[in-house]
Design a protein around this ligand. Structure first.
Ligand code: XMP
Ligand code: MG
Length: 190
């Protein structure tokens, strides 16, 4: 911290450092490479926009350890208010191709209520994937209440709004290389 990036001054507290993210991704990639050692190829499905940075780092880490890795992206949005999310999801960007018989790993930034993810898992299974698992960099406490099977987790964090490493507030802070909590004054600015 304190290298003078524009965003450092807006961050009240660092939740996960750049180094912690890097090390965790290596660990996750090792674990997943071992679990998928017999699979011919793995298809990573990133959920935009939040997962873009995690996807880039995770795909590189896995690619060095595992066999061929394919990459796809989806963009989804929940209908209505996030806080009262019904779990009904609208597809903004669908998969570009068939995933039948592929071993899919969904790459998610953060699991909160788990509603988005549980919808997505059903959707991918309905497209006849050979298997579907999830790797999520972050998990919030509410996610543990719902029964959404996230096999690979980076960090369990407290129930606060976080930004950075793909995650935004009003489309800002996505480029931050670490994850942090914003100062309250940032919210009163908008
Ligand atoms: P659910 O509740 O369906 O939603 O698991 C997960 C999605 O909610 C967003 N989300 C956040 N975005 N900081 C963010 O920038 C957060 O602290 C946060 N918590 C949830 C995110 O889009 C995630 O995919
Ligand atoms: Mg957002």
């Amino acid at each position: 911290m304190g290298e003078g990036n524009w965003y450092d001054a807006d961050i009240e507290r660092v939740v996960v450092t750049e180094e912690q993210i890097h090390n965790k991704i290596q660990d996750l990639a090792k674990q997943i490479a071992a679990d998928y050692v017999r699979m011919e190829s793995v298809l990573l499905v990133g959920v935009l926009k939040g997962a873009f940075m995690f996807m880039a780092d995770f795909a590189r880490a896995l690619g060095r350890l595992a066999g061929a890795v394919e990459v796809e992206f989806m963009a989804v949005s929940s209908y209505g208010q996030r806080a009262t999310s019904s779990g009904v999801v609208r597809i903004l960007k669908d998969l570009d191709r068939d995933i039948a018989n592929k071993h899919v790993i969904v790459v998610e930034d953060i699991v909160d209520s788990g509603l988005t993810l549980s919808w997505l898992l059903k959707y991918l299974e309905s497209r006849s994937a050979a298997s579907v698992e999830v790797v999520a960099l972050l998990r919030k406490p509410d996610a543990i209440k719902v029964n959404v099977p996230v096999k690979y987790i980076g960090f369990d964090i407290s129930n606060e709004f976080v930004v950075g490493y793909g995650l935004d507030f009003a489309e800002r802070y996505r480029e931050m290389p670490y994850i942090g909590v914003l100062r309250p004054s940032v919210y009163s600015r908008v």
